[in-house]
Design a protein around this ligand. Sequence first.
Ligand code: CP
Ligand code: NVA
Length: 311
Amino acid sequence: MKNFINLKDISHNDLRKILKDSKKRKKKRKNFNSLDLDWDKPLKGKLLIQMFEKSSLRTRLSFYLAMRQLGGGVQNLRKDELHLGQGGETIKDTAKIISIHGDIFMLRTDSEKKLLEFKNNLEIPLINGLSPESHPAQVLSDIFTIEEIKKKKISNLKICWIGDANNVLNSLIEASIKFSFKLSIASPKNYHPSKKFIQLINHNRKLISIFADPKKAIVNADVVMTDKFVSLNDKVDQKKKKKSFKGFQVNRSLTKRAKKNFIFLHCLPANRGEEVSNEIIDGSNSVVWKQAENRFHVQKSILLYCFKKLR
Ligand code: CP
Ligand code: NVA
């Protein structure tokens, strides 16, 4: 059994195996209906239990579809309907019950501590479906999308992140190190990555650079990415924070400095008109819908990785 919690803990070889399997499975599903099963039904009889402590549309739907297409079933849990949420039951006991009834657990949580406690107490694999510090399934799937569209290995491309130093960026930093791609980050000085990630950046200066000026970071980028300035449960003065991001909108004027054939990615949900202009997110460089679709293709192979079913 294997967990999928952070990209830094998974070998490059295994991450590549996941991407290879996703490519193969996606190719074989042309013209399939949403709930048609993959030919080999590798997770027949298995149950994914997924729990969301924060809102989710894409992650919820894509893990559901991923598990069903592999032949398994899915049970959703809402924190406010559990004893855990009411304060009566420990994480340890909750994890034991989840382990007795399910075969794999996917958690979207508002606490790193909780993620770790579940990891330490579950007897089944754990998938991180977004935590305050990381969003590994999103970023691995984004690498799949980038390579699929650019038809190049990501190590041959320049990736640029404009915006908040949030969970998605943290996973992207880990990915840059694992996959050896150039990552250029622009975020306002007061909103640079946390100390832990700055240390990672400092150890990998040949790959990762950080700027306070988006115009410098975006030069010659093949891929431009962003996310909301204020993340879910981000406990900040929103007005003040958004003010600091003036000049950080991905719009036509800024992207003139990227390569002409750059692609634009956003994990969504987006605040149109804030971190990205409508003309960019709806324009011809944007691949956001393909990016959202690829989530379930890649997550199928993440599930298989956790069950040690990838060859
Ligand atoms: N991108 C992403 O994880 O979206 P949701 O929050 O809707 O799951
Ligand atoms: N950074 C965002 C990602 C949402 C998918 C958040 O944590 O809210």
